[in-house]
Ligand binder design. Structure first.
Ligand code: SF4
Length: 428
């Protein structure tokens, strides 16, 4: 018999879900006959593991939830005794029973122990075919899975990802009391942070009211002074410095408070991605057109958006010279197409998608999802792992879906709740 130290809870979920154990003459640990009339709906969220099951115990039908643990004492380790959500549990399914659970009404919670009912060969097959030590456990066998199942999984993961992004944006919209332009401004800034400086860019957005961007977007000197000043990069400049003079005027007119320079992260950042370089590119992208929600919705032309992100038109080189001496700024370096695509994917498209969710415009949602098909895929370590496993990554929809699949399932080794993992176990 398998020892408990080898077993994992996810495997117990799997065998309960598919009733893949010896189901003959089931009994509770107290010897009462059990009949599983319905095993319940698998719950992917907080709360008991299977909801609304129907179980007959000692001739009485019980409707309620199923909770699964390695040991019955885990009920207390996970503090379920204080949690209202677990009051409706009617059966405790465990690998090993080691402690009774007494519910509030004083009744002992019925327990089904599985350790003598498990198919050891199936468990070994699972461990061999989906080895947890691998970064992508199914890497060697994914080629045996029908492409349609893989594609369906990738698309579902992509949709989860963009819906989550939209939910985050709508949460921000609520904080901004329904102001789409301020929400779009913060989202754009976050995207210019490219991961390591995301938080610092969000802080900057919070310190630069959108109405000031709107007011000064035509004035290159003021937009540069406003953003570099608020980001903390002009504090040490002499009072007669042209940028500093403009910034001080704006600062006192609007009661602005600058960020601390230390909030900007330069460590492990490629020079093209230095926060000051991105800040300079943000100023250029905002010049003339700004970043208004109405503009985003009216012009779904992505080439135009890329052009704007890469610097747009009519920028004066004289302004560039004023930035001389600021760490990491290289005015000659234009934003690359890949970076511009990353901003589209992290700001423009999720914003429009969130707008479509908020106003329930399904055609707009479909249109945005379609746009992801037309953008080249990202390149990173995770996607290289997928390619090495033989999974093609042909466009941004696939790359985003695969990143999400890796992050939400593969890294947590949730192969048993993944249709690809299920297919591998079924066919081998
Ligand atoms: S979670 Fe799915 S895709 Fe990820 S490694 Fe496991 S079986 Fe493969």
């Amino acid at each position: 018999m398998l020892h408990i130290c080898y077993m994992i809870e996810e495997y117990l979920h799997y065998i309960w879900k598919f009733q893949h154990f010896n189901c003959a003459d089931l009994e509770t640990t107290r010897g009462e006959k059990i009949e599983v009339l319905y095993r319940g709906d698998y719950n992917h969220h907080a709360g008991p593991d299977f909801l609304e099951a129907k179980i007959n115990i000692a001739g009485v039908n019980w409707f309620g939830h199923i909770e699964i643990h390695l040991k019955s004492s885990d009920w207390f380790a996970h503090k379920h005794e204080n949690d209202e959500a677990y009051k409706g549990v009617v059966l405790h399914v465990v690998w090993e029973h080691n402690r009774e659970v007494v519910m509030n009404e004083g009744e002992v919670l019925p327990v089904l122990e599985l350790k003598s009912r498990c198919d050891e060969k199936h468990w070994q097959q699972y461990q061999r075919q989906l080895p947890h030590a691998e970064e992508i456990p199914c890497a060697k066998l994914i080629k045996t899975v029908e492409p349609m199942i893989i594609q369906h999984n990738i698309t579902r993961m992509f949709v989860n990802r963009i819906e989550q992004r939209a939910a985050d944006i709508l949460e921000r919209l609520e904080l901004n009391q329904g102001d789409w332009n301020t929400t779009a401004w913060t989202t754009l800034c976050a995207a210019f942070g490219f991961g390591l400086n995301k938080l610092a860019f969000i802080h900057l957005a919070e310190r630069v009211p959108w109405k000031l961007i709107e007011r000064y977007r035509d004035d290159q000197l003021k937009i540069i002074a406003l953003l570099f000043g608020q980001a903390g990069w002009l504090e040490e400049r002499p009072p007669n410095d042209p940028l500093k003079r403009v910034y001080m005027m704006l600062k006192s007119a609007y009661g602005l408070v600058a960020m601390e320079k230390v909030q900007w992260n330069f460590g492990q950042v490629h020079p093209a991605n230095f926060p000051t370089q991105r800040l300079f590119q943000l100023c250029k992208a905002l010049h003339l057109r700004g970043f208004k929600m109405a503009y985003l919705l009216n012009e779904l032309n992505m080439d135009d958006a890329i052009f704007q992100l890469q610097g747009g038109e009519k920028w004066t080189e004289e302004i560039d010279k004023l930035l001389h001496g600021i760490k990491g700024v290289n005015p000659k370096l234009k934003m690359g197409k890949t970076s511009a695509n990353t901003i589209l994917v992290n700001a423009h498209l999720p914003l429009i998608f969130a707008y479509a969710v908020h106003h329930q415009i399904d055609e707009l949602k479909t249109l945005i999802i379609d746009r992801f098909h037309n953008i080249p895929p990202e390149e990173n370590k995770t996607l290289r792992l997928w390619k090495e496993s033989g999974v093609p990554v042909r466009n941004m929809l696939e790359s985003q879906g695969l990143i999400e699949l890796y992050k939400s399932k593969c890294t947590h080794k949730k192969c048993l709740s993944c249709s690809i993992g299920n297919q591998i176990l079924k066919t081998t």
